[in-house]
Structure formats: C-alpha cells, structure tokens
Design a protein around this ligand. Structure first.
Ligand code: HEM
Length: 197
C-alpha cells in the first residue's frame, strides 16, 4: 500500500513541478508568470481533487472500472501536487515582499491546506484509528476544500471584472466552476440511488 501511495504522490508532485518549470521557463519567473503558474497548477491539482471527490460516483454511474476505489490515491496525488502551489505562493511572497493573501482570505485558504494535509496524513492508518469519526471528518474536509476551489472558480464567472469580459477568461473559469457544482450533485445522485436500491 505504501509503495502505491508513494507512486501516486510522486506522479502528482512531479507533473505539477514539470508544469511549473515549463511555465516559468517560457514566461520568466516574475510576478505575472508566477501567478500564471499558480493558476495552471491549481487547475491541475483541482482535476486530481475532483477525481478524489467524485471519481467513485462517476465510476458507479458510468461503469468506469479504472476509477473504482481510487479516491485515496487521487487525494494523495492532489495533496502532493498542491505542495507545488505552496512553493509558488512562497516564491510570489518573496517577489512581493509579503504574504500574497491577507486577512480572512488567508485564513480561509490556510484552513483548506490544513484539511488537505490532515486528511492525507490520516489516510495512512489514522483513519482506521479514528473509527466512526473518520467519515464525518472526511466529509467536512473534502467539502471545505471543494468550497475553497469553488470560491476561486465561480466568483470570476459570476462577477467578472470589466477586463475579464472575454472568451479566454470564460473558458479558463467556467468549466472548472461547472465541475465544482457537478461534483456534489454526482455524489448525491449516486448516494440516493444506492439508498433507493
Ligand atoms: C486548499 C487550499 C487552496 C486552494 C484550494 C487554492 C486554490 C487556488 C486556485 C483555484 C487558484 C487559481 C485562481 C485563478 O485562476 O484565478 C489559486 C491561485 C492562487 N493561490 Fe491558492 N489555493 C489554496 C491555498 C492557498 C494559500 C494558503 C495561499 C496563500 C497563502 C494561496 C495563494 C494563491 C495565490 C496568490 C494565487 C494566484 C492568484 C492570482 O492569479 O493572482 N493559495 N489558488
């Protein structure tokens, strides 16, 4: 189990690192390119998170055997890929000379990080030790992280700034915003179907 986990974490981290390296090599390592790398790696780690959140439901609905029972692996790959996000945030902080976010927003995303790494850490045996507490903790943590992503993807679609009235902006946000809404609906639909069966 351990070897398999390391493989998934390595793949998530490695792919996010390559994406960052290519972005910074092509565009430089200034504030603007670092933000671009943050936006790209956030989308990559979101795909992994989405599969951890809703991959099981998708597998049930569409008989996608490759996704069955892979929630933990995708979750670990997400947590590892998101380390690159943190690395980029630290680099952006160096460039700006301060922590890039502040106040309530900083706290909001820091809580997301705590849930990310708490769930990843507990999945190595701690979940079993927690017994009945694990499921509610996982539910709260996963939905909190989903809301953190949703905040960044949905708000720019609902309230674009004047400079963001263009197709490229819409394409960069709308599919991810839709995926944020679809994930809990998919899980709910499968849960209800299983309860009705
Ligand atoms: C689980 C926790 C987190 C999630 C889910 C998350 C998600 C995201 C997403 C989706 C983006 C892309 C936004 C866009 O395309 O407009 C992003 C960018 C960014 N994130 Fe995070 N993030 C997290 C943690 C953090 C933390 C803790 C910080 C800072 C201390 C941070 C700082 C940033 C910054 C500065 C950007 C670039 C924004 C820009 O384009 O100007 N993030 N994050």
């Amino acid at each position: 189990m351990m070897q398999e986990s390391v493989k998934w974490m390595g793949a998530g981290f490695g792919a996010a690192l390559v994406l960052t390296a290519v972005t910074l090599m092509l565009h430089g390592s200034d504030n603007k390119s670092t933000r671009l790398a943050l936006e790209l790696t956030a989308r990559f780690s979101f795909v992994l998170f989405w599969l951890a959140y809703a991959g099981g439901a998708l597998a049930t609905l569409f008989r996608l055997d490759a996704l069955v029972g892979r929630g933990r692996e995708f979750g670990l790959a997400f947590a590892a890929a998101h380390l690159v996000h943190i690395g980029l945030v630290i680099w952006l902080g160096v460039l700006m000379g301060r922590v890039p976010l502040s106040g309530g927003l900083l706290l909001f995303f820091m809580v997301g990080l705590v849930f990310t790494y708490l769930l990843a850490f507990l999945s190595f045996g701690g979940a079993k030790a927690l017994g009945q507490l694990w499921r509610p903790l996982r539910f709260v943590g996963m939905n909190y992280i989903l809301i953190a992503f949703a905040r960044d993807f949905i708000l720019p679609v609902l309230y674009p700034k004047p400079a963001q009235y263009n197709v490229a902006h819409f394409v960069a946000y709308a599919p991810f915003a839709a995926a944020c809404v679809a994930a809990p609906l998919l899980v709910l639909a499968v849960t209800m179907r299983q309860r009705a069966a």
